[in-house]
Each structure stands twice: as C-alpha cells, then as structure tokens.
Design a protein around this ligand. Structure first.
Ligand SMILES: *Cc1c(COP(=O)(O)O)cnc(C)c1O
Length: 388
C-alpha cells in the first residue's frame, strides 16, 4: 500500500506532511505559520547569537519548511532554495571544486544538463554523460559526484539507487538524486543509500503550479555547505513562495496518491488502446525498470509517457484535440498537462540522440493531475480518435 509505513517508527508520511516542522501549538498561537516578510531580524546582545537574515535561509517560513522536508526525506537537515535549479546548483557547488568530475545520465532535465555541460566546465569541473550502459567505466579517480534523476524525464527510467550508492562509496564519491518526479511520498533516496536528494519544489511539492522553489536534503554538513553557497550566490527562497510551499506540502500525500492511482489506470488503459504504440510507466510490468521501481518505490508517480502511431503529425493532432489536458511545460500540479518533449525539454537534443533515448517522434508526456480519472481517460480516448 502506498501509505504503508515500512516498519519504521514514528508518524507516517501523510502525518509528517501535515504536521512536521510546525510551530508549537501553544494556546492562542496561529494554526498556520504566519508569513514573515521581514528581510531581517533583531539580534541578541551576546555576539555568539544567531544572525537571522532571509537571504541566509533562516526566515521562520524557511525554517518550518526545512524541518518538514527533512522529516519527509528522513534526512538530518534540509534547505529550501529559490528554484529546483538553485537546489541542484548549490548542491553541486557544495560538493565540487576545480579539477573534479561528475558522472550523470544523458537522459537528464534540460536545465541540469546545461549546468553540467556549460556552466561547470567554466569552473574547471568536467562531466561525463552516460547512456544505458554501466556507469563504472565512466568513473575516474577525480570523480566526486554521481548524479541521477529518478524517475527520469521523460522516459521514466528508474536507476538502481542502491547500486549507484555502493559504487559512489567504493570510489569516495557522493550520490546525489534529483527525485522531483517521485516526491518523498513515492521514493526517499536517502533510505537506499543516496547521500543527498534534491527536488524542484515547483512541481509536486508545491503542487499547484503557482510557485518556484527547490529543496536539498542530506547530512547537516552537506546542507550547511550548500547554505554557504546559497548565501554567496543569493539563491534563497522568497518568504511568500515559502509560505505557499508549506501550504502545498500539507496535501502532497493525498495529491500524489491520487496521481499514482490515476496514472496507473491510464497507463494500463493506454497500453491496450488502438493507435498507441508504446506506453512508458514504471508501474507497468513491461517497463525496463519495473522490478527496481517495485523494490524502491511506494508508488510509481503521476508522470506517464506514450508513443502514438503515426509519428510527429499524429502526436500533434492528439495534442490539438485534448481538452482537459492542456499543453504546457512543467508538471506535478493539480491540473493535467501534456507536452511533446521534442519541442520542450529535449528541443536542443539532436534527433539521433533523442531517438536513442527512446523519444520517438510520436512521443507524448503526460503529467496526470487530480481530475476525475474517467474525464482524463475520455479526453485521451477522444483525442486519439478512431482505431488507427
Ligand atoms: C523542473 C525540474 C528541475 C528544475 O526546477 P525549477 O524549479 O524549474 O528550477 C530540475 N529537475 C527536474 C527533474 C525538473 O522537472
């Protein structure tokens, strides 16, 4: 069961999502964390006292979120940042210095790939991108970070985090996981040996497509080093967005459980629908990583991809006919969205490489929202038209 606690003590994921990190329930205190817009805070008179400043990530709205997110991930500490890319960049800058090397899969969020291929080399940090093959031959003595996206965008591959964590440990490197597509409701990478996990909180954690934020969780030491980078690069989260993120997080478990169920049902239905060539969903038995997904994940997520017969033209016609699903990049909100990665996240990837990644010309990516699943199915049914 999705929400079943795997023999762990303490409150379950839904209870943590609602209550962890909240301010003490003292009489007359507000039930909801007040939004504190203050950029700065009065100091204590003794010089050793904490200096609170919103850019440092120590605004009360940040602190409540950090406590909630570390409880959700089972981490020592967490830090919220201005965006998912800020979380990714601050984590990598915390772990890497000139001369170091990163190994990551080629199937990576476009922004992460640009950071690795264009920004980090300017600092003298090299990256090797690997395909489906074993990661081991790509490792060098100076490899400091293994970076994985689980599940990956848009083919929803599920890397075996346990194996990558072992490999990283053997080589004195660190495994960092971008678990944006999974959320801590479905996957907590630290439980499987990863050293750090980060998210674009813009997606499922916020859940309403109305804020941009990121989070990194891991050891206190790593999080404090990431905070040092965040202070220098000025990548902290606005308190207004932090307040909205806390509000969104309280419902993450119910939203994601619904999205898991709807995506599974739609994946099964699409797999037998005329006009559909292939369905990619980690909860389907024919997914290449179905076994790993079952071992690592409590649910398989709300992202679902499929390939229509007839290639690009047919896929664009499907997008045009959809009424409930709307075309937009991004994902993880309450509303269902649709995109063709070849025109969005993978627009810069050469056709040959796109095809090698399994992104055929008729490839469509769905972000399943919380609408009635029957309406989503009818919408897809109508858009796919009669038997091909
Ligand atoms: C959206 C996304 C990011 C970047 O997050 P932002 O909040 O847009 O900066 C990183 N990784 C994945 C997997 C994403 O989907």
């Amino acid at each position: 069961m999705e929400s079943e606690r795997r023999g762990r003590p303490g409150p379950g994921i839904s209870t943590r999502a609602v209550h962890a990190g909240s301010m003490p329930p003292e009489a007359n205190a507000p039930v909801v964390t007040p939004l504190v817009h203050s950029a700065t805070f009065y100091t204590e008179t003794e010089p050793s006292g904490e200096v609170r400043y919103t850019r440092y990530g120590t605004n009360p709205n940040h602190q409540v979120l950090a406590a909630k997110l570390s409880a959700l991930e089972g981490a020592e500490a967490a830090l919220v940042t201005a965006s998912g890319m800020a979380a990714c960049a601050m984590t990598l800058l915390a772990l890497l210095r000139t001369g170091d090397h990163v190994v990551a899969p080629r199937a990576l969020y476009g922004g992460t790939r640009t950071l690795l291929e264009e920004e980090l080399p300017r600092l003298g940090i090299a990256t090797t991108l690997v395909g489906d093959e074993d990661w081991e031959p790509a490792l060098r003595p100076e490899t400091r970070v293994l970076l994985a996206e689980v599940p990956s965008n848009p083919t929803l591959r599920v890397s075996d985090i346990r194996r990558l964590a072992d490999l990283a440990r053997e080589r004195g490197a660190t495994l960092v996981v971008d678990a944006t597509f999974a959320t801590p409701v479905n996957l907590r990478p630290l439980e499987h040996g990863a050293h750090a996990v980060y998210h674009s909180a813009t997606k499922y954690l916020g859940g309403h497509s109305d804020l941009t934020a990121g989070v990194v969780a891991g050891s206190r030491e790593l999080v404090e080093t990431a905070r040092t980078r965040m202070k220098s690069f000025g990548a902290s989260l606005d308190p207004g967005a932090a307040w909205l993120l806390e509000r969104g997080l309280k419902t993450v478990a119910v939203r994601v459980e619904r999205q898991n169920r709807s995506a599974q049902a739609l994946a099964e239905w699409l797999a037998s629908r005329d006009g559909v060539e292939r369905v990619l969903y980690p909860g389907l038995a024919d997914h290449p990583d179905a076994r790993v997904a079952r071992e690592l994940m409590d649910g398989f997520g709300g992202m679902l991809s499929f390939v229509v017969r007839g290639g690009d033209e047919a896929a664009r016609a499907v997008l045009d006919r959809l009424r409930v699903f709307r075309a937009a990049p991004s994902l993880g909100g309450v509303e269902s969205l649709v995109s063709m990665p070849r025109y969005t996240s993978h627009a810069k990837v050469p056709a040959e490489e796109r095809h090698a990644q399994g992104i055929a010309d008729g490839f469509i990516r769905l972000s399943i929202g919380i609408e009635d699943v029957e309406d989503l199915r009818d919408d897809l049914d109508r858009a796919l038209g009669g038997p091909a």
